[in-house]
Write a protein that binds this ligand. Structure first.
Ligand SMILES: [Zn+2]
Length: 597
């Protein structure tokens, strides 16, 4: 059992440990490597400019954090290529599909970066070039493996020319994996790529004139790849296609949302919301529905207090089908003594009178959390964008309280989960203040919380969301509220959004969680603003331009006639902003501001 995840840097303990295990694999499996080449791995991740490549590490790890294998890919955005430096299983690990699984991730990554292909060296399978029959056998197996991904040696060049005559045996081929693209590689592009590879990776071994000769030997235009040798056309079924999934938005839909249906008049949070959104998203070819996994309750317990969780669970279990309990007594004066009567006690854990408990509220809310965590895992694997299309929403649920149609703060659960692997920012763009995550992370500096919302002077939840709430203790300066007037033009909103994005950039998060409320839309029964589909597209685009791995959580939005169209525009903007301007730099480098507050 292993899972594959991308390691962005080694600044968090879990990643530091992974990188150090990667270094051990290098020492074990590549004993000829210089100490410097092993030591520099953490710096490669942090300092791409120095090495003129952006390095991307994927690890295959077991549930205990043991690294079973890894791949290191280098990306050059200008020359549009990736170079595969290493792909290796750990010592004493053979089989189990680790190499294949890692290579598949690397291919998805490369395809999403819009490159010509992946290049790497592979020892030759020609008996003229490799004298040792044992090594020749291994070389053949390796090239056969890559053929199953339609990666072939580049032919008709002098790449295999040994630098010194005594190195004549076993000179490597340069292999190219065009990632299933029908995009021919022009001679000029190929020459620049080969020059970059030789200078940056083998500059210490190859004299300048040698490099010049090899580069000049690329005369075919476009370059030619060797025809399949091992897997001929009749073996099509053995070929592994690249799916392009990293360029798609992972979509997790709460399949249990409609069991939670409060039929009272005026309860606007209804199942039709999800159906309306899904219908419109189907018009875009940028989503991939993912399987929603079940996660342990401990993830919820990490952000909500045990008393509240236990009460919520028990109360829901005891209610008969179709029966709802509305909080109606709020024992604010004696918080130390929760009322004994279960139904009365609802008010002890609730912030309003319109969020009922019923038999299915627990199941639906738990499933919404599962969707959020399934999306978070997609980001950890290297996916750029994920969308948890869920109800009930979650951003009003606090550490020890539910309310505002929310029971569990799914965004906070996901943010907390991701925070083990890197800094996180939560941006709440629902019309209503994100009081839930504000209270949950109020004393933490690793999860920045930012909210743009209708001023609590006139908008729910009324008691918080003010500008002066900036965090406490270690979290001081890590909560930003941008309360906005009752009537506002979208230009004013965009100005506030820019301020929010600047603050997020300064935080340098590895992951962004967006609480998407579509109740800022024109005609929403719970809001006062008038955003149109085009406005949502612009908002999405600006968020996408941050180029951060982003999880979007569905929160509010109650104008059922336009909610789907608005969601569609938001996501096409987000997707366009994220991928159209991919500069190939790590997320943090695209951010305009440096330093912390
Ligand atoms: Zn809302």
């Amino acid at each position: 059992m292993f899972r594959i995840r991308r390691v962005f840097d080694d600044s968090f303990p879990v990643n530091r440990e992974a990188v150090s295990q990667v270094q051990q694999i290098l020492r074990d499996q590549f004993p000829q490597l210089a100490k410097y080449d092993v030591d520099k791995i953490p710096e490669l991740l942090l300092n791409p400019l120095k090495h003129r490549f952006r390095s991307i590490v994927y690890v295959a790890e077991d549930p205990h954090g043991m690294i079973k294998g890894f791949a290191l890919l280098s990306h050059d955005a200008q020359l549009k290529f990736c170079y595969l430096d290493y792909i290796s299983a750990a010592k004493n690990i053979t089989g189990g599909g680790i190499g294949g699984a890692l290579y598949e991730y690397v291919r998805e990554e490369a395809l999403s970066l819009g490159v010509y292909g992946i290049f790497f060296e592979c020892l030759p399978d020609d008996p003229q070039l490799c004298k040792d029959p044992e090594i020749l056998k291994q070389n053949r197996a390796r090239l056969k493996f890559y053929e199953s991904y339609q990666a072939y040696p580049i032919v008709g060049t002098a790449y295999e020319t040994p630098v010194k005559p005594e190195d004549a045996d076993n000179p490597p081929y340069l292999v190219c994996d065009p990632l299933g693209q029908e995009q021919p590689l022009p001679k000029e592009a190929a020459r620049k790529i080969v020059q970059a590879i030789l200078e940056r990776r083998y500059g210490h071994l190859c004299p300048k004139d040698y490099i010049g000769r090899v580069v000049a030997s690329f005369v075919d235009d476009p370059i030619r790849l060797r025809p399949p040798k091992y897997l001929k056309t009749e073996h099509q079924e053995k070929l592994h296609p690249v799916t392009g999934k990293f360029k798609r938005i992972a979509l997790a839909v709460n399949d249990r949302h409609d069991i939670h249906h409060v039929r009272e008049r005026g309860y606007v949070e209804s199942p039709v919301r999800i159906r309306s959104i899904l219908k419109e998203l189907e018009k875009l070819d940028i989503f991939e529905k993912i399987k929603v996994e079940g996660y342990a309750e401990r993830h919820i317990r990490a952000v909500h207090c045990a008393d509240y969780i236990n009460y919520f669970k028990r109360m829901c279990q005891t209610l008969e089908p179709g029966k709802s309990v509305y909080p109606y007594v709020f024992p604010l004066r004696n918080a130390a003594r929760p009322p004994k009567e279960m139904a009365v006690r609802a008010g002890y854990y609730c912030i309003d009178t319109f969020t009922p408990l019923n038999q299915n509220a627990w199941n639906a809310a738990k499933r919404a959390v599962d969707c959020a965590l399934s999306c978070a895992d997609q980001l950890l694997e290297g996916r750029r964008l994920a969308y948890a299309l869920v109800r009930p929403p979650g951003h009003h649920a606090e550490y020890n309280a539910f309310g505002g149609f929310c029971y569990f703060n799914s965004a906070a659960v996901a943010a907390n989960y991701l925070s083990t692997f890197g800094r996180v920012a939560i941006l709440d763009i629902d019309y209503h203040h994100g009081n839930g995550q504000q209270t949950i992370f109020y004393r933490r500096s690793d999860v920045l919380t930012v909210s743009l919302h209708g001023h609590p002077r006139f908008a729910y939840p009324y008691f918080c969301g003010f500008e002066e709430e900036t965090g406490e203790e270690e979290g001081t300066g890590y909560n930003l509220n941008l309360p906005l007037p009752e009537q506002l033009a979208v230009e004013q909103y965009v100005k506030a959004l820019q301020k929010a994005l600047k603050r997020i950039s300064r935080h340098k998060p590895a992951y962004l969680v967006v609480c998407l409320g579509l109740d800022t839309a024109k005609g929403d029964p719970t809001g006062t603003w008038g955003f149109t589909a085009r406005d949502f597209s612009e908002i999405g685009q600006r968020l996408g331009q941050l180029q951060l791995p982003t999880l979007v959580m569905q929160e509010g939005g109650y104008k059922n006639r336009s909610i789907g169209v608005n969601a569609r525009h938001f996501f096409s903007g987000l997707w366009g902003g994220h991928f159209a301007e991919d500069t190939g730099k790590p997320a943090n480098e695209n951010l305009s501001e440096k330093g912390r507050c």
